[in-house]
Design a protein around this ligand. Structure first.
Ligand SMILES: NC(=O)NCCC(=O)O
Ligand SMILES: [Zn+2]
Ligand SMILES: [Zn+2]
Length: 505
Protein backbone atom coordinates (compact mmCIF):
# COMPACT_ATOMS: atom_id res chain seq x y z
CA UNK A 1 0.00 0.00 0.00
CA UNK A 2 1.37 3.44 -0.89
CA UNK A 3 0.74 4.70 2.66
CA UNK A 4 3.27 2.26 4.07
CA UNK A 5 5.93 4.02 6.06
CA UNK A 6 4.03 7.31 6.21
CA UNK A 7 3.08 8.63 9.64
CA UNK A 8 -0.13 10.49 10.34
CA UNK A 9 -1.34 10.61 6.76
CA UNK A 10 -4.99 10.68 5.89
CA UNK A 11 -6.04 9.58 2.42
CA UNK A 12 -8.29 12.09 0.70
CA UNK A 13 -9.95 10.37 -2.19
CA UNK A 14 -12.35 13.23 -2.95
CA UNK A 15 -10.71 15.33 -5.60
CA UNK A 16 -13.58 17.84 -5.25
CA UNK A 17 -11.71 19.56 -2.40
CA UNK A 18 -9.32 20.90 -5.05
CA UNK A 19 -11.83 23.62 -5.97
CA UNK A 20 -12.10 24.83 -2.38
CA UNK A 21 -12.14 28.48 -1.43
CA UNK A 22 -9.61 29.52 1.18
CA UNK A 23 -8.88 32.81 2.93
CA UNK A 24 -5.58 33.22 4.78
CA UNK A 25 -6.15 36.12 7.17
CA UNK A 26 -3.89 38.70 8.76
CA UNK A 27 -0.52 37.19 7.97
CA UNK A 28 2.66 38.87 6.77
CA UNK A 29 2.69 37.98 3.09
CA UNK A 30 6.28 37.59 1.93
CA UNK A 31 7.49 37.67 -1.65
CA UNK A 32 11.12 37.89 -2.76
CA UNK A 33 10.65 41.58 -3.62
CA UNK A 34 8.38 42.75 -0.80
CA UNK A 35 6.55 41.88 2.41
CA UNK A 36 3.21 43.29 3.54
CA UNK A 37 0.43 42.62 6.06
CA UNK A 38 -2.45 41.26 3.95
CA UNK A 39 -5.05 38.57 3.41
CA UNK A 40 -4.75 36.02 0.61
CA UNK A 41 -7.86 34.67 -1.10
CA UNK A 42 -7.69 31.43 -3.12
CA UNK A 43 -10.19 29.84 -5.47
CA UNK A 44 -9.84 26.81 -7.77
CA UNK A 45 -6.16 26.41 -7.01
CA UNK A 46 -5.26 29.99 -7.98
CA UNK A 47 -4.48 33.08 -5.89
CA UNK A 48 -7.33 35.48 -6.64
CA UNK A 49 -6.56 38.40 -4.37
CA UNK A 50 -3.81 39.69 -2.06
CA UNK A 51 -4.87 42.73 -0.03
CA UNK A 52 -5.93 43.71 3.50
CA UNK A 53 -9.41 43.02 4.89
CA UNK A 54 -10.89 40.66 2.32
CA UNK A 55 -14.51 39.82 3.26
CA UNK A 56 -15.83 36.35 2.39
CA UNK A 57 -18.92 34.17 2.85
CA UNK A 58 -19.50 31.11 5.03
CA UNK A 59 -18.46 28.65 2.32
CA UNK A 60 -14.82 29.74 2.60
CA UNK A 61 -12.28 28.00 4.80
CA UNK A 62 -10.50 30.65 6.88
CA UNK A 63 -6.95 30.22 8.16
CA UNK A 64 -5.81 32.69 10.80
CA UNK A 65 -2.18 33.68 10.12
CA UNK A 66 -1.89 36.45 12.71
CA UNK A 67 1.76 36.78 13.76
CA UNK A 68 2.87 34.33 11.06
CA UNK A 69 4.52 34.46 7.66
CA UNK A 70 2.58 33.54 4.54
CA UNK A 71 5.10 32.55 1.87
CA UNK A 72 5.34 30.78 -1.49
CA UNK A 73 5.75 27.04 -1.00
CA UNK A 74 9.31 25.86 -1.35
CA UNK A 75 10.60 24.64 -4.71
CA UNK A 76 13.35 22.05 -4.43
CA UNK A 77 15.47 22.18 -7.60
CA UNK A 78 17.28 18.89 -6.96
CA UNK A 79 15.74 15.52 -6.03
CA UNK A 80 16.07 11.86 -6.99
CA UNK A 81 12.81 10.01 -6.30
CA UNK A 82 12.60 6.34 -7.28
CA UNK A 83 15.98 6.51 -9.04
CA UNK A 84 17.93 3.38 -9.99
CA UNK A 85 21.44 4.09 -8.72
CA UNK A 86 24.50 2.13 -7.61
CA UNK A 87 22.77 -1.22 -7.92
CA UNK A 88 19.66 -0.26 -5.97
CA UNK A 89 16.82 2.28 -6.00
CA UNK A 90 16.17 5.35 -3.87
CA UNK A 91 13.63 4.45 -1.24
CA UNK A 92 11.36 7.48 -1.57
CA UNK A 93 9.10 7.44 -4.59
CA UNK A 94 6.90 10.22 -5.98
CA UNK A 95 4.34 9.51 -3.24
CA UNK A 96 6.44 9.24 -0.09
CA UNK A 97 9.02 11.78 -1.20
CA UNK A 98 6.37 14.34 -2.02
CA UNK A 99 4.42 13.58 1.17
CA UNK A 100 7.61 14.38 3.07
CA UNK A 101 8.09 17.54 1.00
CA UNK A 102 4.60 18.84 1.78
CA UNK A 103 4.99 18.16 5.51
CA UNK A 104 8.10 20.34 5.38
CA UNK A 105 6.65 23.21 3.33
CA UNK A 106 7.90 22.31 -0.15
CA UNK A 107 5.18 22.31 -2.81
CA UNK A 108 7.16 21.63 -5.98
CA UNK A 109 10.36 19.81 -6.86
CA UNK A 110 12.38 19.16 -10.00
CA UNK A 111 13.60 15.58 -10.35
CA UNK A 112 16.30 14.20 -12.63
CA UNK A 113 15.15 11.86 -15.39
CA UNK A 114 17.90 9.29 -16.04
CA UNK A 115 17.91 8.00 -19.64
CA UNK A 116 17.66 4.23 -20.13
CA UNK A 117 20.83 2.97 -21.88
CA UNK A 118 21.33 6.54 -23.06
CA UNK A 119 17.83 6.70 -24.55
CA UNK A 120 16.10 9.94 -23.53
CA UNK A 121 12.55 9.06 -24.61
CA UNK A 122 12.64 5.73 -22.77
CA UNK A 123 13.91 7.51 -19.65
CA UNK A 124 11.23 10.16 -19.93
CA UNK A 125 8.46 7.56 -20.34
CA UNK A 126 9.68 5.69 -17.29
CA UNK A 127 9.62 8.85 -15.15
CA UNK A 128 6.16 9.82 -16.45
CA UNK A 129 5.04 6.43 -15.14
CA UNK A 130 6.83 6.79 -11.80
CA UNK A 131 5.29 10.23 -11.27
CA UNK A 132 1.70 9.08 -11.74
CA UNK A 133 1.27 8.81 -7.97
CA UNK A 134 2.33 12.42 -7.42
CA UNK A 135 0.61 14.42 -4.69
CA UNK A 136 2.12 17.80 -5.61
CA UNK A 137 3.46 19.59 -8.68
CA UNK A 138 6.81 18.59 -10.15
CA UNK A 139 9.07 19.18 -13.12
CA UNK A 140 11.93 17.27 -14.73
CA UNK A 141 15.57 17.88 -15.57
CA UNK A 142 17.23 15.22 -17.68
CA UNK A 143 20.70 13.67 -17.44
CA UNK A 144 22.78 13.19 -20.59
CA UNK A 145 24.95 10.09 -20.29
CA UNK A 146 26.14 9.45 -23.86
CA UNK A 147 26.43 11.37 -27.13
CA UNK A 148 25.31 10.66 -30.68
CA UNK A 149 22.96 12.09 -33.30
CA UNK A 150 19.95 10.42 -31.69
CA UNK A 151 20.68 12.00 -28.30
CA UNK A 152 21.12 15.41 -29.90
CA UNK A 153 17.76 15.07 -31.72
CA UNK A 154 16.02 13.80 -28.61
CA UNK A 155 17.23 16.76 -26.57
CA UNK A 156 15.35 18.91 -29.03
CA UNK A 157 12.23 16.80 -28.59
CA UNK A 158 12.49 17.00 -24.80
CA UNK A 159 12.67 20.79 -24.89
CA UNK A 160 10.11 21.45 -27.62
CA UNK A 161 7.52 18.80 -26.73
CA UNK A 162 8.13 17.51 -23.23
CA UNK A 163 8.67 20.60 -21.08
CA UNK A 164 12.30 19.98 -20.10
CA UNK A 165 14.59 23.02 -20.09
CA UNK A 166 17.68 21.73 -18.30
CA UNK A 167 20.15 18.88 -18.79
CA UNK A 168 22.62 17.50 -16.23
CA UNK A 169 26.11 16.31 -17.08
CA UNK A 170 27.85 14.09 -14.52
CA UNK A 171 31.61 14.72 -14.47
CA UNK A 172 31.92 11.91 -11.90
CA UNK A 173 30.66 8.31 -11.38
CA UNK A 174 33.23 6.75 -13.74
CA UNK A 175 31.93 3.71 -15.58
CA UNK A 176 28.33 4.71 -14.91
CA UNK A 177 26.91 8.20 -15.50
CA UNK A 178 30.21 10.02 -16.14
CA UNK A 179 30.78 11.97 -19.36
CA UNK A 180 34.02 13.40 -20.77
CA UNK A 181 34.96 16.94 -21.84
CA UNK A 182 34.13 16.27 -25.49
CA UNK A 183 30.59 15.27 -24.55
CA UNK A 184 30.28 18.25 -22.22
CA UNK A 185 31.26 20.58 -25.06
CA UNK A 186 28.68 19.01 -27.39
CA UNK A 187 26.13 19.24 -24.62
CA UNK A 188 26.85 22.89 -23.85
CA UNK A 189 26.53 23.79 -27.54
CA UNK A 190 23.25 21.92 -27.86
CA UNK A 191 21.82 23.33 -24.64
CA UNK A 192 22.68 26.85 -25.75
CA UNK A 193 20.98 26.41 -29.13
CA UNK A 194 17.83 25.09 -27.43
CA UNK A 195 17.72 27.70 -24.66
CA UNK A 196 18.15 24.90 -22.12
CA UNK A 197 20.29 25.21 -19.02
CA UNK A 198 23.35 22.96 -18.71
CA UNK A 199 23.86 21.61 -15.18
CA UNK A 200 26.99 19.88 -13.92
CA UNK A 201 27.87 17.49 -11.14
CA UNK A 202 31.40 18.84 -10.82
CA UNK A 203 33.98 16.37 -9.54
CA UNK A 204 36.92 14.97 -11.50
CA UNK A 205 35.67 11.38 -11.93
CA UNK A 206 39.00 9.97 -13.15
CA UNK A 207 40.82 11.37 -10.14
CA UNK A 208 38.04 10.19 -7.81
CA UNK A 209 38.49 6.63 -9.12
CA UNK A 210 42.24 6.90 -8.47
CA UNK A 211 41.62 8.38 -5.02
CA UNK A 212 39.21 5.59 -4.13
CA UNK A 213 41.75 2.93 -5.09
CA UNK A 214 44.52 4.71 -3.18
CA UNK A 215 42.48 4.99 0.04
CA UNK A 216 41.04 1.46 -0.20
CA UNK A 217 44.51 -0.01 -0.82
CA UNK A 218 45.71 1.75 2.34
CA UNK A 219 43.21 -0.40 4.20
CA UNK A 220 40.70 2.37 4.85
CA UNK A 221 37.44 0.63 3.92
CA UNK A 222 34.83 2.44 6.06
CA UNK A 223 32.63 5.46 5.24
CA UNK A 224 35.40 7.92 6.19
CA UNK A 225 37.24 6.62 3.11
CA UNK A 226 34.54 8.26 1.01
CA UNK A 227 35.56 11.76 2.13
CA UNK A 228 39.28 11.00 2.02
CA UNK A 229 39.11 9.66 -1.54
CA UNK A 230 37.43 12.69 -3.16
CA UNK A 231 38.83 15.86 -1.53
CA UNK A 232 37.66 19.43 -2.30
CA UNK A 233 40.46 19.98 -4.83
CA UNK A 234 38.71 17.52 -7.20
CA UNK A 235 35.46 19.46 -6.88
CA UNK A 236 37.28 22.75 -7.43
CA UNK A 237 39.04 21.42 -10.53
CA UNK A 238 35.87 20.13 -12.18
CA UNK A 239 33.92 23.27 -11.28
CA UNK A 240 36.64 25.44 -12.82
CA UNK A 241 36.79 23.24 -15.93
CA UNK A 242 33.03 23.28 -16.47
CA UNK A 243 32.95 27.04 -15.95
CA UNK A 244 35.74 27.60 -18.48
CA UNK A 245 34.14 25.33 -21.07
CA UNK A 246 30.81 27.15 -20.59
CA UNK A 247 32.66 30.43 -21.06
CA UNK A 248 34.26 29.11 -24.26
CA UNK A 249 30.79 28.25 -25.62
CA UNK A 250 29.19 31.34 -24.01
CA UNK A 251 26.44 29.25 -22.43
CA UNK A 252 24.88 29.72 -18.98
CA UNK A 253 25.87 27.07 -16.44
CA UNK A 254 24.27 25.70 -13.25
CA UNK A 255 26.56 23.94 -10.77
CA UNK A 256 24.56 21.51 -8.62
CA UNK A 257 25.37 20.58 -5.01
CA UNK A 258 28.24 23.02 -4.38
CA UNK A 259 29.86 21.42 -1.33
CA UNK A 260 33.24 23.13 -0.92
CA UNK A 261 34.95 26.49 -0.62
CA UNK A 262 37.05 25.43 -3.62
CA UNK A 263 34.01 25.12 -5.91
CA UNK A 264 32.28 28.17 -4.45
CA UNK A 265 35.33 30.37 -5.08
CA UNK A 266 35.44 29.33 -8.74
CA UNK A 267 31.78 30.35 -9.06
CA UNK A 268 32.46 33.66 -7.29
CA UNK A 269 35.35 34.44 -9.65
CA UNK A 270 33.31 33.61 -12.76
CA UNK A 271 30.32 35.67 -11.66
CA UNK A 272 32.59 38.60 -10.85
CA UNK A 273 33.91 38.47 -14.39
CA UNK A 274 30.36 38.65 -15.73
CA UNK A 275 29.82 34.98 -16.55
CA UNK A 276 26.36 33.51 -16.06
CA UNK A 277 26.98 30.79 -13.52
CA UNK A 278 24.43 29.64 -10.96
CA UNK A 279 25.60 27.88 -7.79
CA UNK A 280 23.30 25.58 -5.83
CA UNK A 281 24.37 24.62 -2.32
CA UNK A 282 22.34 21.85 -0.68
CA UNK A 283 21.08 21.62 2.89
CA UNK A 284 23.57 18.91 3.86
CA UNK A 285 26.51 21.05 2.74
CA UNK A 286 25.14 24.10 4.53
CA UNK A 287 24.32 22.48 7.87
CA UNK A 288 26.51 19.40 8.39
CA UNK A 289 30.21 18.63 8.57
CA UNK A 290 32.07 15.43 7.79
CA UNK A 291 32.44 14.29 11.43
CA UNK A 292 29.47 11.91 11.01
CA UNK A 293 31.48 9.92 8.47
CA UNK A 294 33.94 9.03 11.25
CA UNK A 295 31.29 7.63 13.57
CA UNK A 296 32.42 4.21 14.82
CA UNK A 297 28.98 2.78 14.06
CA UNK A 298 28.84 1.84 10.36
CA UNK A 299 25.09 2.47 10.00
CA UNK A 300 25.44 5.97 11.43
CA UNK A 301 28.51 6.85 9.38
CA UNK A 302 27.18 5.39 6.11
CA UNK A 303 24.06 7.54 6.14
CA UNK A 304 26.25 10.63 5.54
CA UNK A 305 27.81 9.26 2.33
CA UNK A 306 26.90 11.48 -0.61
CA UNK A 307 28.83 13.02 -3.50
CA UNK A 308 30.54 15.41 -3.51
CA UNK A 309 31.18 14.56 0.15
CA UNK A 310 30.03 16.57 3.14
CA UNK A 311 33.19 18.53 3.99
CA UNK A 312 35.22 19.47 7.06
CA UNK A 313 33.78 22.14 9.30
CA UNK A 314 34.39 25.60 7.80
CA UNK A 315 33.06 24.76 4.34
CA UNK A 316 29.50 24.84 5.75
CA UNK A 317 29.88 28.39 7.14
CA UNK A 318 31.58 29.63 3.97
CA UNK A 319 28.71 28.26 1.86
CA UNK A 320 26.19 29.97 4.16
CA UNK A 321 28.02 33.29 3.73
CA UNK A 322 28.19 32.83 -0.04
CA UNK A 323 24.45 32.21 -0.08
CA UNK A 324 23.81 35.27 2.08
CA UNK A 325 25.84 37.53 -0.19
CA UNK A 326 24.51 36.32 -3.54
CA UNK A 327 27.56 34.34 -4.69
CA UNK A 328 25.29 31.28 -4.53
CA UNK A 329 21.67 31.72 -5.54
CA UNK A 330 19.28 28.98 -4.38
CA UNK A 331 19.15 25.96 -2.09
CA UNK A 332 18.39 22.37 -3.10
CA UNK A 333 18.49 19.09 -1.21
CA UNK A 334 19.73 16.38 -3.57
CA UNK A 335 17.17 14.22 -1.73
CA UNK A 336 18.42 10.74 -2.68
CA UNK A 337 17.49 8.45 0.14
CA UNK A 338 18.64 4.91 0.91
CA UNK A 339 17.76 3.02 4.08
CA UNK A 340 20.34 1.41 6.34
CA UNK A 341 19.95 -2.01 4.65
CA UNK A 342 20.82 -0.43 1.29
CA UNK A 343 23.70 1.56 2.78
CA UNK A 344 25.04 -1.73 4.20
CA UNK A 345 25.79 -2.92 0.64
CA UNK A 346 29.03 -0.99 1.18
CA UNK A 347 30.01 -2.58 4.48
CA UNK A 348 33.72 -3.32 4.13
CA UNK A 349 34.05 -1.21 0.95
CA UNK A 350 33.01 2.46 1.09
CA UNK A 351 32.94 2.56 -2.74
CA UNK A 352 29.79 0.43 -2.71
CA UNK A 353 27.78 2.52 -0.24
CA UNK A 354 24.90 4.03 -2.26
CA UNK A 355 25.54 7.78 -2.42
CA UNK A 356 22.82 10.08 -1.16
CA UNK A 357 21.15 11.75 1.81
CA UNK A 358 17.64 12.95 2.70
CA UNK A 359 16.48 16.58 2.92
CA UNK A 360 13.25 17.21 1.03
CA UNK A 361 11.24 17.48 4.27
CA UNK A 362 13.92 19.30 6.26
CA UNK A 363 15.11 21.97 3.80
CA UNK A 364 12.66 24.77 4.60
CA UNK A 365 13.12 24.45 8.37
CA UNK A 366 16.89 24.11 8.31
CA UNK A 367 17.36 27.03 5.92
CA UNK A 368 15.09 29.15 8.11
CA UNK A 369 17.06 28.23 11.23
CA UNK A 370 20.52 28.52 9.64
CA UNK A 371 19.96 31.64 7.54
CA UNK A 372 17.03 33.64 8.99
CA UNK A 373 17.06 32.82 12.71
CA UNK A 374 20.82 33.38 12.71
CA UNK A 375 20.29 36.85 11.27
CA UNK A 376 22.26 36.16 8.07
CA UNK A 377 19.41 36.98 5.66
CA UNK A 378 16.01 38.68 5.55
CA UNK A 379 12.68 36.91 5.27
CA UNK A 380 12.33 38.16 1.69
CA UNK A 381 15.72 36.65 0.82
CA UNK A 382 14.55 33.38 2.40
CA UNK A 383 11.69 33.29 -0.12
CA UNK A 384 14.13 34.10 -2.92
CA UNK A 385 16.59 31.27 -2.15
CA UNK A 386 13.97 28.60 -1.33
CA UNK A 387 11.42 29.33 -4.06
CA UNK A 388 11.46 32.43 -6.28
CA UNK A 389 14.96 32.13 -7.74
CA UNK A 390 14.30 28.51 -8.67
CA UNK A 391 11.07 29.51 -10.44
CA UNK A 392 12.94 32.22 -12.36
CA UNK A 393 15.90 30.05 -13.36
CA UNK A 394 13.59 27.31 -14.64
CA UNK A 395 11.25 29.82 -16.27
CA UNK A 396 8.01 29.17 -14.41
CA UNK A 397 7.82 32.48 -12.54
CA UNK A 398 5.37 33.99 -11.51
CA UNK A 399 3.12 30.97 -11.87
CA UNK A 400 5.34 29.47 -9.16
CA UNK A 401 7.54 31.17 -6.57
CA UNK A 402 5.24 34.10 -5.77
CA UNK A 403 2.13 35.10 -3.87
CA UNK A 404 0.60 37.26 -6.57
CA UNK A 405 -2.84 37.38 -8.15
CA UNK A 406 -2.92 34.65 -10.79
CA UNK A 407 -0.12 32.56 -9.29
CA UNK A 408 -0.71 28.92 -8.35
CA UNK A 409 -1.94 28.56 -4.78
CA UNK A 410 1.19 26.83 -3.43
CA UNK A 411 1.55 28.53 -0.06
CA UNK A 412 2.94 27.89 3.41
CA UNK A 413 2.17 29.48 6.76
CA UNK A 414 5.26 29.55 8.96
CA UNK A 415 5.04 30.35 12.65
CA UNK A 416 8.34 31.99 13.70
CA UNK A 417 7.57 31.37 17.38
CA UNK A 418 6.94 27.64 17.13
CA UNK A 419 9.78 25.15 16.89
CA UNK A 420 10.69 22.07 14.86
CA UNK A 421 12.45 18.84 15.79
CA UNK A 422 13.79 16.35 13.23
CA UNK A 423 13.77 12.59 13.74
CA UNK A 424 13.47 9.41 11.68
CA UNK A 425 10.69 8.44 14.11
CA UNK A 426 8.42 11.25 12.97
CA UNK A 427 9.61 12.10 9.45
CA UNK A 428 7.58 11.13 6.36
CA UNK A 429 10.37 9.63 4.27
CA UNK A 430 10.44 5.82 3.99
CA UNK A 431 14.01 5.80 5.24
CA UNK A 432 14.79 4.44 8.70
CA UNK A 433 17.50 7.08 9.22
CA UNK A 434 17.80 10.85 8.95
CA UNK A 435 21.07 12.74 8.56
CA UNK A 436 19.57 15.65 10.53
CA UNK A 437 18.48 13.43 13.45
CA UNK A 438 17.95 15.45 16.62
CA UNK A 439 18.27 18.88 15.01
CA UNK A 440 15.87 21.44 16.48
CA UNK A 441 15.18 25.07 15.82
CA UNK A 442 12.71 27.91 15.74
CA UNK A 443 10.22 28.43 12.93
CA UNK A 444 7.64 25.80 11.99
CA UNK A 445 5.63 25.26 8.83
CA UNK A 446 2.14 24.88 10.30
CA UNK A 447 0.10 24.88 7.09
CA UNK A 448 0.95 23.82 3.54
CA UNK A 449 -1.43 24.58 0.68
CA UNK A 450 -0.68 22.79 -2.58
CA UNK A 451 -2.66 23.58 -5.72
CA UNK A 452 -5.31 25.27 -3.59
CA UNK A 453 -5.75 22.30 -1.23
CA UNK A 454 -4.80 22.36 2.44
CA UNK A 455 -2.53 19.32 2.56
CA UNK A 456 -0.69 19.85 5.86
CA UNK A 457 -2.38 21.24 8.97
CA UNK A 458 -2.09 20.52 12.69
CA UNK A 459 0.53 17.87 12.00
CA UNK A 460 -1.69 15.91 9.61
CA UNK A 461 -1.17 15.23 5.93
CA UNK A 462 -4.18 15.05 3.66
CA UNK A 463 -2.97 14.04 0.23
CA UNK A 464 -4.33 12.46 -2.91
CA UNK A 465 -2.31 10.14 -5.11
CA UNK A 466 -2.40 11.46 -8.67
CA UNK A 467 -3.33 15.05 -7.78
CA UNK A 468 0.12 16.50 -8.55
CA UNK A 469 0.60 18.10 -11.96
CA UNK A 470 3.59 17.92 -14.28
CA UNK A 471 4.79 21.48 -14.81
CA UNK A 472 6.27 22.01 -18.26
CA UNK A 473 9.20 24.41 -18.16
CA UNK A 474 9.74 26.54 -21.27
CA UNK A 475 13.24 27.22 -22.66
CA UNK A 476 15.06 30.57 -22.81
CA UNK A 477 14.85 31.74 -19.21
CA UNK A 478 16.26 35.15 -18.23
CA UNK A 479 19.72 33.55 -18.18
CA UNK A 480 19.64 33.55 -21.99
CA UNK A 481 18.72 37.23 -22.42
CA UNK A 482 21.44 38.99 -24.37
CA UNK A 483 23.51 35.86 -25.10
CA UNK A 484 22.89 36.39 -28.83
CA UNK A 485 24.10 40.00 -28.60
CA UNK A 486 27.31 38.94 -26.86
CA UNK A 487 27.84 36.30 -29.57
CA UNK A 488 27.32 38.88 -32.32
CA UNK A 489 29.79 41.29 -30.69
CA UNK A 490 32.32 38.46 -30.38
CA UNK A 491 31.94 37.50 -34.06
CA UNK A 492 32.35 41.12 -35.15
CA UNK A 493 35.43 41.51 -32.96
CA UNK A 494 37.18 38.58 -34.63
CA UNK A 495 38.00 40.89 -37.53
CA UNK A 496 40.12 43.08 -35.27
CA UNK A 497 42.02 40.71 -32.98
CA UNK A 498 43.20 43.39 -30.54
CA UNK A 499 39.57 44.19 -29.72
CA UNK A 500 38.37 40.65 -29.18
CA UNK A 501 35.44 40.43 -26.72
CA UNK A 502 33.85 37.59 -24.76
CA UNK A 503 34.52 36.02 -21.41
CA UNK A 504 36.93 33.48 -22.94
CA UNK A 505 39.22 36.31 -24.05
N1 LIG B 1 24.67 13.22 -4.68
C1 LIG B 1 24.57 11.94 -4.41
O1 LIG B 1 25.35 11.45 -3.63
N2 LIG B 1 23.61 11.19 -4.98
C2 LIG B 1 22.70 11.60 -5.96
C3 LIG B 1 23.27 11.63 -7.33
C4 LIG B 1 23.93 12.95 -7.60
O2 LIG B 1 23.26 13.99 -7.59
O3 LIG B 1 25.13 12.98 -7.82
ZN1 LIG C 1 25.30 14.91 -8.59
ZN1 LIG D 1 21.71 14.81 -7.23
Amino acid sequence: HPMQGICSVECDTELTSSSGKILIKQGTVVNAHHKVLADVYIEDGIIVSVRPNIAVGDDVKVIDATGKYVMPGGIDPHTHLEMDFMGTGTIDDFYTGQAAALAGGTTMHIDFVIPINGNLSAGFASYVHKAKKSVMDYGFHMAITKWDEAVSKEMELMVKENGINSFKFFMAYKGALMINDELLLHGLEKCKSLGALAMVHAENGDAVAEGQKRIFDLGITGPEGHALSRPPVLEGEATARAIRLASFINAPLYVVHVMSIDAMEEIAKARKSGQRVIGEPVVSGLTLDESGLWDSDFTTAAKYVMSPPIRRTGHDKALQDALATGILQLVGTDHCTFNSTQKAFGYGDFRKIPNGVNGIEERMHLVWETMVESGKISVTDYVRITSTECAKIFNIYPRKGAILEGSDADIIVLNPNASFRISAISHHSRSDTNVYEGKTGKGKVEVTISGGRVVWEEGNLKITSGSGKYIKMPPFSYLFDGIDKADAAYLASLRSPVHRTGAAY
